[in-house]
Design a binder for this molecule. Structure first.
Ligand code: PGA
Length: 256
């Protein structure tokens, strides 16, 4: 497995945090502190902060993402945002299939697949989240479950479009809990997902796919996690809200 073939991506998932003033403050701190990053740096902010974030990061190495989008281009979908509305604003990334969307908002593998296809069709890069619940890990079905989530999410996605997809392996039991997967556990499942990509699209596609780990990644554990051969950066929740911590994580991924 050749890690040199792909660039690590550190993406902050701010979730439903930060108003406009807090967005300005956090980005003012981050812009200078991550400017020399050797990895890609993305901040996925609430819809209401996108415009501020896009304007502030113009000409910097920080890219901006949303945290969800709908699969239709327009229409009677009250409360939803279309992929084209995001690209028009200068948004480049979107998190899709996050476990909080699956848990609280009825997101299914099938709707995740529709969103992935719509997002990449509109020119966004999708950060596709997969991961098992604690019960599923304890039942020993992590491999099957994550493989199934990955396969359904990518159903109908052409090989040529894979460069617009990042996969984030996020064990649900590690999200926001302070319980990180060990670096070996994270690597094992990221490698397994890479095997699924190889099975679906060939080894070259698998070698080129960025596969992140997410779930309580922080300034203290990031270096070990991202040093693993199949872990290409991270999707960071809580620690992305603090500029010094996020910077440490970006620096850890830049070493590798
Ligand atoms: P966490 O969240 O880093 O706060 O665990 C990760 C995520 O949900 O993407």
């Amino acid at each position: 497995m050749n890690k040199q073939l792909r660039k690590a991506v550190i993406a902050g998932n701010w979730k439903m945090n930060n108003n406009r003033a807090q967005t300005r403050e956090l980005l003012e701190a981050l812009i200078p502190s991550v400017k020399d990053a050797a990895c890609d740096v993305v901040v996925c902010v609430p819809f209401t902060d996108l415009e501020t974030a896009v304007a502030m990061t113009k000409g910097t190495n920080i890219k901006v993402g949303a945290q969800n989008c709908h699969f239709e281009a327009k229409g009677a979908f009250t409360g939803e945002i279309a992929p084209g509305m995001l690209t028009e604003m200068g948004v480049e990334y979107v998190v899709l299939g996050h476990s909080e969307r699956r848990q609280y908002f009825g997101e299914t593998d099938v709707t995740v697949n529709k969103r992935v296809k719509a997002a990449i069709g509109a020119g966004l890069t999708a950060i596709l989240c997969v991961g098992e619940l604690l019960e599923q890990r304890e039942q020993g079905i992590t491999a099957e479950l994550v493989a199934m989530q990955t396969k359904i999410a990518l159903n109908g996605v052409e090989k040529a479009d894979l460069d617009k997809i990042i996969i984030a392996y996020e064990p649900v039991w590690a999200i926001g809990t302070g319980k990180t997967a060990t670096a070996d556990q994270a690597n094992e499942v990221c490698a397994l997902i890479r095997g699924v990509i190889a099975e679906l699209y060939g080894q070259d596609a698998a070698d080129a796919m960025t596969i992140q780990y997410g779930g309580s990644m922080n300034a203290g554990n990031a270096a070990e996690l991202v040093s693993k051969p199949d872990v290409d950066g991270g999707l960071i929740g809580g620690a992305s809200l603090k500029a010094p911590d996020f910077t440490v994580i970006v620096n850890a991924a830049s070493q590798d």
